[in-house]
Design a binder for this molecule. Structure first.
Ligand code: NAD
Length: 264
């Protein structure tokens, strides 16, 4: 089955998804599995229920427990994709943590450094390490990468992001653009930058960002011109689109399902 504008693979397409145990990542895993992909997931916290409705034969999705800050964890999940499913066509870098909206004067220096290092390590270094592990196999298959950015890759006020999360998501945009230039023409690299999506997103110290979900969804709705709060399932097909022949001419691009924040 062809998965890209590049070479054709005789086998079914294969993806690696980081942070695929919850929220947007889990919806991406389900969407890919429902559309013919085999998927290897890397996540720190595997869900108790590892089945997804689309994984009817129990064989489409495989799970690896590991931390995206650990280079070997990425090697393990890429090795699993290749040994179990026969190759790699798509790498989705998605695992992330939030900073809880901290301002630069909210914490003492040591605490600020700890939060900032954790968020930058997961949301930026985790993406670099994934790209490093996946680049070779993707060049072999003519595949692509898709990363999860955020409205915080562009906005700095009003969206709940603090200074560390804004820094990380701005930096992740730089990662996407650099990789797109670096890996062309062998591997395309694109991104999806959602606005507020109610998920299990946590802060570096483990608090749920959407704990007061009603209040937060009202704020998200108020912020964007379309007045929407998207569900992970609504965003997931965009990842598959960016990996498909329809996007064969796109690299270094970002799709922004954020209710129109750029024209606010
Ligand atoms: P989520 O918490 O539901 O999913 C994130 C997943 O990443 C979890 O399964 C978590 O276990 C995993 N993870 C976190 N740290 C990890 C680590 N060190 N190693 C391995 N796995 C780790 O949250 P989500 O909202 O689905 O977040 C997915 C991505 O979407 C993140 O990059 C986030 O920044 C981004 N994002 C979210 C929103 C939103 O409103 N929810 C908006 C824009 C962008």
């Amino acid at each position: 089955m062809a998965v890209d504008g590049g070479r054709r693979a005789a086998r079914e397409p294969v993806a690696v998804v980081t942070g695929g145990a919850s929220g947007i990542g889990r919806a991406v895993v389900a969407d890919l599995a429902a559309h013919g992909y085999r998927v290897a997931v890397l996540d720190r916290d595997l869900p108790e229920d590892r089945g997804i409705p689309e994984d009817r034969d129990g064989d489409r999705v495989r799970w690896v427990a590991g931390d995206v800050r650990d280079p070997e964890a990425h090697d393990r999940v890429v090795d699993l994709a290749r040994s179990r499913f026969g190759g790699l066509d798509l790498f989705v870098g998605n695992a992330g943590v939030h900073d809880g909206g901290i301002g630069v004067r909210d914490l003492d220096g040591a605490a600020l450094a700890e939060v900032a290092r954790h968020v930058l390590d997961v949301d930026v270094v985790g993406y670099l390490l994934g790209a490093r592990a996946a680049a070779g196999p993707l060049a072999d298959s003519g595949g692509s990468m898709v990363f999860t950015l955020s409205d915080a890759s562009y906005l700095v006020r009003g969206n709940g992001a603090g200074i560390a999360y804004a820094a990380a998501k701005h930096a992740a945009l730089g990662v996407v653009r650099h990789l797109a230039a670096d890996l062309a023409p062998a591997v395309r690299v694109n991104a999806v930058a959602p606005g507020g999506v109610v998920t299990g997103l946590r802060t570096a110290d483990g608090r749920h960002v959407f704990a007061g979900a009603d209040e937060i969804t009202a704020a998200v709705r108020e912020l964007n011109p379309l007045g929407v709060v998207l569900r992970p399932e609504q965003i997931a097909p965009l990842y598959r689109l960016l990996a498909s022949p329809a996007a064969a001419g796109m690299t270094g691009e970002v799709l922004r399902p954020d209710g129109g924040l750029s024209v606010r």
